[in-house]
Design a protein around this ligand. Sequence first.
Ligand SMILES: NC(=O)c1ccc[n+]([C@@H]2O[C@H](COP(=O)([O-])OP(=O)(O)OC[C@H]3O[C@@H](n4cnc5c(N)ncnc54)[C@H](O)[C@@H]3O)[C@@H](O)[C@H]2O)c1
Length: 285
Amino acid sequence: MTSGIEGNGGTQATGKLEGKVAIVTGAGSGLGAACARGLAAQGACVAVVDINGDAAVAVAASIGDRAIGLRTDVSSEADVKAMIAAVLERFGRIDILHNNAAVLDAAQRSGDRDVCNVDVEAWDRAMAVNLRGPMLCSKHAIPAMLKVGGGSVIHASSGFGAQGDFTLSAYAASKAGLTILSKSIAAQYGKQGIRSNTIQIGLVVAENGGAHPLPDDIKAVILDGHLTPYLGEPKHIADVVCFLASDEAAFITGATLPVDGGFTSHAPTLAPMRALFAARGREAY
Ligand SMILES: NC(=O)c1ccc[n+]([C@@H]2O[C@H](COP(=O)([O-])OP(=O)(O)OC[C@H]3O[C@@H](n4cnc5c(N)ncnc54)[C@H](O)[C@@H]3O)[C@@H](O)[C@H]2O)c1
């Protein structure tokens, strides 16, 4: 079942980000691309940043004149500095930073396992891209935000960063680190107009199923733990990013917002109890 929303593209345009300049990292594909499109649909100029430069340029081209595509490895301080300089040269200001990039490819997943079997290089790669990257982008974007009186930093975390699970130990630890990085930024620059928030994203099915689609039986288990009758779609995330980027969220900072259909909000026994009661032909005790 889907949420009944149309497609995964731009959010309903209101112009609420007109005049703002946004950076979205890891926006050459997946949720980052959807967020870049959503921010542009709300009127922002957008820097589409990705280690895959061709993908970044293609997404920017699909958005049009108000976007640029930049090849940047967010784990490299030299790359990040050059990216920030390029955004300022093109658009003259920075108001919004969405730290979305993460390393999730097949090679990374195969090395990022339970703690006794985690590959140390995969651990270091996860920390470099998923945690040092957001720190570096924040470090170099915030001074530009301060020059225009403030801004909004949004970090893409995951349920893995909040709850223990079988695998992805490095990914989980890197995402947990993002939560406190976000709070540090909120605490340190709040009085100067910077807001910083984390979105704790649940499973989101990419437009085309994604590069590594989950088998249906695993999706069914995950859906069983949702309070919504559907899994997440990229537009759900893009809508929340646009909200947090905008003045509608002017009083929200230092927050971690689950955007996961309620997956992390309930007792672990909910789904098996639901099944048990259903088998007994009743809804609850
Ligand atoms: N899709 C989900 O179900 C889900 C769930 C929870 C959290 N998230 C988080 O949302 C974000 C986006 O996820 P996604 O599913 O769209 O992932 P994705 O793998 O589709 O996209 C990640 C993008 O980051 C880019 N990237 C990787 N390393 C980079 C680097 N060093 N520098 C710059 N860019 C780099 C990749 O090229 C890719 O375009 C991630 O932070 C992820 O952890 C996703």
